[in-house]
Design a protein around this ligand. Structure first.
Ligand SMILES: [Zn+2]
Length: 72
């Protein structure tokens, strides 16, 4: 996997992987890839060039936190 070009998002994706989530790179149009919760299969889309990389990174963190909490 190559790191996301936005450093905040690359960091959030690394942390997602460390937390046991699957990070899938697809590079399909403006879609960079997905963060996938292995426990329930939910996924969150990761854009290549979001309007705000800070918000996108925060969304990845929130997704990971929400599912980590949900699955205990
Ligand atoms: Zn989940």
């Amino acid at each position: 996997m190559s790191p996301h070009q936005k450093k905040q998002m690359a960091k959030a994706l690394r942390e997602a992987e460390k937390a046991g989530f699957e990070v899938k790179e697809v590079h399909n149009g403006h879609v960079w890839g997905y963060v996938i919760c292995c426990a329930c299969g939910d996924r969150d889309r990761v854009d290549c060039t979001p309007r705000s990389a800070d918000n996108a990174a925060k969304r990845i963190n929130d997704f990971v936190r929400k599912h980590t909490k949900r699955h205990g």
